[in-house]
Design a protein around this ligand. Structure first.
Ligand code: TGC
Ligand code: FAD
Length: 389
């Protein structure tokens, strides 16, 4: 009997254009060749070979791929989402790298930067020659960035920045950091190049999640920058929050990729693992788990595609992005954990992907807005009351 792939239950691929399918397949092949054979090793060692992979990802065309001009591919949002799905099927750390580079660091410059800033950074970032990061979160202000302590103070023609940013993906390796700071006139964004006097970084160690991803702290001690380092178009907290919409969108698809990888791995295992003289896939309890997970995966993928079509039509709203991020990450984490149960003891090593994905998805549930924050965004859309504070 021919088996149905867990993500082909509903023929969702039939809803895609030829170009979208082709982009998805190309990224899927890259992940199979360049990531899958090594990712368990990177995860165990707590490393990610960023400098080696970034130019390859640039050549693949996924860095800032949904942006127009400046060396970016200018694809549809759906194509970008499908690329994220394939990348996260490899590892959330890989998708994180691409999200932060394209949707946060590059997007902040593309949307809010001056023409000089765009010309200087975007082509090199799209090619993977320069690496970016996005510093919004601080040690004492994560869900509540409006209260950030990092300050930018005017001194003649310059700005002087002081503060600390925490949990910053690519933070300790980036060539250029988009740093958000409080000024007398509200929140503004600044481009801080690596090596600027007073600007230091530290890599965060001992992570149990997203181990194949570099996470760092940015320390700004009276960092002096010219006004040309300020993102001229960014004039309030709405600017960094608008960048988050872009990265959250990629996660909606990415989470479905991690879930698909868990299910594929688990179905293959369940068909070969024999207990009580039968493959464990033949037990009704196993099939119930697999069927429920496949339903969740396919509904997540349909939701992602629907939101992608809304984004391509230019009509997507932030609370709709919250629906996708909340649902798809929650479902993917549930799937990763349930798959691990089917793998039994074998499921606790890096030989099989589900527990690695589950550990990664703990971070994905928290970053880019925790599940509680997205719940409150949806609650506000439904009731008109903001219940954050
Ligand atoms: P609030 O008063 O609601 O909003 C302030 C201004 O911002 C506007 N706004 C948005 N604009 C665009 N997109 C959104 N999603 C927006 N949400 C709000 C809003 O309209 C307002 O505009 P204006 O013109 O009136 O000034 O702000 P608040 O302080 O009450 O906070 C709202 C809340 C809690 C939803 C927001 O602070 C929030 O989203 N918090 C979560 C923070 C977060 O997600 N941080 C993520 C950091 S980056 C990261 O995690 C990267 S991990 C990447 C990886 O490795 O893959
Ligand atoms: P807190 O905000 O302290 O939240 C702790 C708990 O309290 C959560 O359960 C939260 O939901 C709950 N809570 C908070 N407020 C409320 C409320 N009003 N109502 C109900 N519950 C509430 N940030 C960046 O800027 N750039 C990055 O590149 C980046 N990369 C990251 C990479 C990793 C691996 C991780 C783990 C984080 C990263 N972050 C990054 C930070 C991330 O965005 C924050 O961790 C996240 O926004 C939550 O902030 P916090 O950790 O301070 O938790």
């Amino acid at each position: 009997m021919t088996l149905t792939d867990p993500l082909e239950l509903l023929d969702i691929a039939g809803l895609l254009s030829d170009e979208e399918r082709q982009i998805q397949q190309t990224v899927g092949r890259f992940v199979a060749d360049r990531i899958r054979p090594h990712v368990a090793e990177w995860f165990e060692a707590g490393t990610f070979p960023t400098r080696e992979l970034a130019p390859e990802l640039g050549k693949l065309g996924v860095l800032g791929m949904h942006l127009d001009g400046y060396g970016c591919a200018g694809t549809s949002a759906v194509a970008y989402g499908l690329a994220c799905l394939e990348l996260e099927a490899g590892d959330s750390g890989l998708r994180s790298f691409v999200s932060v580079q394209g949707s946060l660091a590059m997007f902040s410059i593309w949307r809010y930067g001056s023409e000089e800033q765009k010309q200087e950074w975007l082509p090199r970032m799209a090619a993977g020659e320069a690496i970016g990061c996005f510093g919004l979160t601080e040690p004492d202000f994560g869900s509540d960035p409006a209260n950030m302590r990092t300050r930018a103070v005017r001194d003649g023609d310059d700005w002087v920045l002081t503060g600390t940013k925490m949990w910053i993906t690519n933070g300790s390796i980036a060539d250029i950091a988009t740093v958000w700071a409080q000024t007398e006139d509200g929140i503004r964004g600044f481009l801080v190049p690596k090596g600027t006097p007073g600007f230091t970084t530290r890599t965060i160690k001992q992570k149990l999640s997203l181990r194949a991803s570099i996470t760092g702290e940015l320390i700004l001690d009276e960092v002096r920058l010219p006004d040309s380092a300020r993102l001229p178009g960014a004039r309030s907290l709405g600017a960094p929050l608008s960048c988050l919409n872009e990265a959250r969108f990629g996660i909606i698809f990415g989470a479905a990729g991690a879930a698909r990888d868990c299910l594929r791995t688990t179905i293959e295992y369940a068909n070969t693992r024999v207990q009580f003289d039968r493959p464990i896939a033949a037990f009704q309890l196993t099939q119930e788990k697999l069927a429920n997970m496949a339903v969740d995966l396919n509904t997540s993928a349909l939701l992602a595609l629907h939101l992608g079509r809304l984004k391509d039509a230019g009509s997507i709203k932030p609370h709709q992005v919250s629906v996708g991020k909340l649902n798809n990450v929650r479902k993917a984490l549930g799937i990763a954990r349930e798959c691990r149960t089917i793998l039994g003891g074998s499921g606790i090593t890096l030989e099989y992907s589900p527990l690695r994905h589950a550990n990664n998805l703990e971070s994905v549930l928290t970053y880019e807005g925790t599940s509680e924050i997205h719940t409150l965004v949806i609650g506000q859309a439904l009731t008109g009351h903001a219940a954050y504070r």
